[in-house]
Design a protein around this ligand. Structure first.
Ligand code: PLP
Length: 397
């Protein structure tokens, strides 16, 4: 098949077919190469592989065929030149920062980013004299005002978890590029199936593959996608040296996950929208946060920038923490756990779990109230999920 034909494949075909390289055995499904190193035909070939003169496998910290298949398939979906896979989502963020930043550089990030990302920026990068400032996600003026001469990176999660705020990526990439900084998007919540940040001007799209790429809560992984210069050289250079690489087995699980990603994201989104509409009509509910609702302040932007609204939704109950906990404790089907992106629907109380380590002031600034409940909608029947949530509403009396 010609490269140009592959280049014109639609999203579904890319998810199933891109990156596959069959061995001489003629296997239909992709094999797992569980080997740490590779053998060479001669000392000459070994020397050529090590020096990079000849492409090919060397050692699984930096070249493994199963990992490479996952990387190429995800690169095709994100429409980036190059992808590198990592041992977790946090490792994807770490290798991006270590590959692109140096002491004295400054990051501007959206407030309310994933808790461990904020700890990485504040407690660890801070030790190496990389400073981070936080700005409200949707306020482009605040992003611009936070820039310093040393700002090298803008880091954003859109849609944000759990309140589903959305930033205009095209406009934010302009802010970054006017300043010669890179825009890094954490695309965990949408994945390439619903949003391709590189098409909207981002320089890097990274994600936790642990969530929707796996999609069944089985293993950890991460990935970074972007240009050959940024990802293929600077970031890969750090990864292959420092070693937070993806294992071949996890790469295989995630590679197979990509084959059903489109279908699953569509199903997560459809069920989440039905539930969001139903929850919005409940008398015990003060407010629902889901970008698929016409009442969401960035509904129009979400329609332009995303191909769907995803599986995360949050709502505020009348009452405080007591009401939220009573609601959660009434669940019989839905799992009480903070993970997301699973086929099994999960429910959590952000103020005392995912955002529990923030100070009350920081939590208030991020808009996380004590009466907020978050659901990561899975793949069960909507009627069964409604019946379970109805138990929660009944428990509120
Ligand atoms: C889970 C998550 C991460 C971290 O990913 P791990 O695979 O758990 O290391 C980063 N960003 C977002 C938005 C996440 O949800």
């Amino acid at each position: 098949m010609s490269d140009s034909e592959q280049g014109s494949w639609g999203m579904a075909t890319r998810g199933v077919r891109s990156g596959q390289r069959r061995t001489a055995e003629g296997e239909q499904s992709e094999p797992i190469f569980t080997t740490s190193s590779f053998v060479f035909a001669s000392a000459e070939q070994a020397a050529a592989r090590f020096s990079g003169q000849q492409p090919g496998n060397v050692y699984s910290r930096f070249t493994n065929p199963t990992v490479a298949m996952f990387e190429q398939r995800l690169a095709a979906l994100e429409e980036g030149e190059r992808c590198v896979a990592t041992s977790s989502g946090m490792a994807a963020i770490l290798v991006t920062c270590m590959g692109l930043l140096k002491a004295g550089d400054h990051i501007v990030a959206s407030s309310g980013i994933f808790g461990s990302t904020a700890v990485l920026f504040n407690s660890y990068l801070g030790r190496f004299a990389v400073d981070t400032s936080y700005v409200p996600l949707t306020d482009l003026e605040a992003w611009r005002a936070a820039l310093r001469p040393s700002t090298r990176m803008l880091f954003v999660e859109t849609p944000a978890n759990p309140l589903a705020q959305i930033v205009d990526l095209r406009a934010l990439s302009q802010v970054a590029h006017d300043h010669r900084a890179v825009l890094v998007v954490d695309n965990t919540v949408c994945t390439a199936a619903l949003q391709q940040p590189l098409r909207h001007g981002a320089d890097i799209s990274l994600l936790s593959a642990t969530k929707y790429i796996d999609g069944q809560g089985r293993c950890l992984g991460g990935a970074v996608v972007g240009s050959q210069a940024l990802v293929g050289e600077q970031i890969y250079g750090f990864l292959r040296t420092a070693g937070p690489c993806l294992s071949p087995f996890n790469a295989w699980v995630l590679l197979k996950g990509l084959e059903t990603l489109q279908l699953r994201m569509r199903a997560h989104s459809e069920t989440a929208l039905q539930l969001a509409r139903w929850i919005e009509g409940q008398p015990a509910v003060e407010r629902v946060y889901y970008a698929g609702l016409e009442t969401h302040p960035q509904h129009q932007l979400a329609r332009q920038q995303q191909r769907g609204f995803g599986g995360l939704l949050a709502f505020e109950l009348r009452g405080g923490r007591e009401a939220a906990w009573r609601f959660i404790n009434a669940m019989r089907l839905i799992s009480v756990t903070a993970n997301l992106g699973d086929a099994k629907t999960t429910i959590t109380h952000p103020a005392t779990t995912t955002h529990g380590r923030l100070t009350p002031e920081a939590r208030a600034a991020a808009g996380i109230r004590d009466n907020l409940v978050r659901i990561a909608v899975g793949l069960e029947d909507v009627a069964d999920l409604q019946r379970d949530l109805q138990r929660g509403f009944a428990a509120l009396g």
